[in-house]
Design a protein around this ligand. Structure first.
Ligand SMILES: C[S@@+](CC[C@H](N)C(=O)[O-])C[C@H]1O[C@@H](n2cnc3c(N)ncnc32)[C@H](O)[C@@H]1O
Length: 167
């Protein structure tokens, strides 16, 4: 299985947003670049993982309670959707799609259905499901990959790197 890194690097290189929403932002690993470039970024996390500063606004909320504004041209959702029950994740993705500007992007990293701890209750998609959810969008990447090794056990996850553009 291919490594996630080249697809992440390629995806990030294609993105030049003017307004970003990072759902389940944690410490803003993937939106930090845009914050540093002075792009307005809203990060949402149910835990107090970071704080508002300058062009970055932190919203300490469950993503399911977040009130979307119809204005984002990049929505980032990395390592978040598997925490949600399937039905809630599907509703969230619909809201994300509705509130993205034409020409805007979604960049997702999803724990996949192939992941050893995947279950039926939560959102662990395969790429076919993601592609179906984004029918009508231009799908740039939708690939099952191995994440970077991490922690003492050198774990890797089977993730889908997904980048799509609203057309
Ligand atoms: C694995 S971390 C990923 C963080 C970051 N997106 C990244 O890629 O490095 C998952 C994050 O999602 C947050 N989270 C999980 N469920 C959430 C929910 N329902 N609403 C908001 N944040 C949530 C956690 O607090 C955590 O910060």
């Amino acid at each position: 299985m291919q490594s996630a890194k080249p697809l992440i690097v390629d995806s990030m290189g294609r993105l030049h947003p003017t307004s970003v929403l990072d759902l389940g932002c944690g410490n803003c690993k993937f939106s930090r670049k845009f914050i540093e470039d002075n792009v307005p970024v809203v990060g949402v996390d149910k835990n107090l993982t970071t704080e508002s500063k300058g062009n970055f606004k932190f919203v300490n909320k469950n993503v399911l309670d977040f009130k979307f504004e119809p204005k984002y041209d990049l929505i980032v959702g990395t390592g978040i959707l598997h925490f949600l029950e399937k039905e809630n994740a599907l509703k969230l993705i619909e809201q994300m799609k509705e509130n993205t500007l034409i020409g805007g992007y979604h960049f997702l990293i999803c724990m996949s259905a192939e992941e050893s701890f995947s279950n039926e209750t939560h959102f662990y998609p395969n790429k076919e499901l993601l592609n179906k959810l984004y029918s009508g969008w231009e799908i740039i990447h939708s690939d099952l990959c191995l994440s970077k090794k991490h922690d003492e056990q050198r774990h890797q996850h089977k993730v889908i790197i997904f980048l799509a553009k609203k057309i």
